[in-house]
Design a protein around this ligand. Structure first.
Ligand SMILES: [Zn+2]
Length: 253
């Protein structure tokens, strides 16, 4: 009987040793991965580094931000995605974005704070450096500001266009794009970022903003002006005279 108990103890010790070994190997294998991700993230220019927003930056309760997204933003999102009368270039982006959220390729986050680089930023595609997860961060206080400044129609179009614009960034590469930017020198990285933003805004203006404005939407005057400028450049959003407008980080949306 004693012998059997001793054998059982020996088996338990062996199991514990095997489990400890497996756990240790797992952590050892994951360590270089984490530091690789950290290295990639820290070599990115400030504009695309993961958001460092702390609870002290919050200007509203996180639960209220979440409720606002559920009650105000999502009904607009769904209405535009489901309306087959809607502009195809806009609607198809919202459908794709909703599919990415539903399939968990994208984490949709209600942020109870403003974007640190600019209070007019409505949303941003971002990355979780730990999980390397793609996020769509919605800056709820900034969207509430737009709601107060505009009539309902203009506000809803604004939200829908902002969502479509973020989807255009994802179409242009998203995470692999950032990997391409990382490790470049500052000047090269800024050039890639400016080209990415210039193309995203070019497509937003040509495919969505102008047709919606023709249907009665009143976009921000600065985007109408930008649209005129782009037209003068033959709608070529790769033109250096267009790209130069996007070197400033506060132009990265
Ligand atoms: Zn953008």
């Amino acid at each position: 009987m004693k012998q059997r108990r001793r054998n059982r103890l020996a088996v338990l010790v062996v199991i514990a040793a095997v489990v400890s070994f497996v756990v240790a190997v797992h952590y050892y294998n994951n360590r270089p991965m984490e530091s690789k991700v950290h290295k990639l993230q820290s070599s990115l220019p400030r504009e695309v580094q993961p958001l460092r927003i702390r609870p002290t930056d919050y200007v509203m309760a996180p639960e209220d931000a979440k409720l606002y997204v559920d009650n105000v933003i999502n009904p607009i999102f769904l209405r535009y995605a489901n309306n087959n009368q809607e502009l195809p270039a806009l609607r198809s982006r919202l459908i794709k974005l909703a599919q990415m959220i539903n399939s968990k390729q994208l984490v949709y986050e209600a942020m109870p704070a403003y974007y640190p680089l600019g209070k007019t930023f409505l949303m941003k595609v971002d990355y979780d450096p730990q999980k390397f997860q793609v996020l769509l961060v919605v800056f709820v206080p900034a969207i509430k500001d737009v709601q107060q400044q505009k009539n309902q129609r203009d506000f809803e179009d604004n939200v829908a266009v902002a969502l479509a614009h973020e989807m255009i960034h994802l179409e242009q590469g998203g995470q692999p794009f950032l990997a391409k930017v990382a490790g470049r020198n500052d000047l090269e990285a800024k050039k890639l970022l400016a080209q990415d933003e210039a193309a995203a805004w070019g497509k937003t203006i040509i495919e969505i903003l102008r047709p919606l404005a023709e249907q009665g939407w009143n976009p921000e005057p600065k985007w109408l002006d930008a649209g005129e400028k782009l037209k003068m450049l033959g709608d070529n959003y790769q033109h250096p005279a267009w790209v130069i407008n996007f070197y400033n980080p506060d132009r990265h949306h």
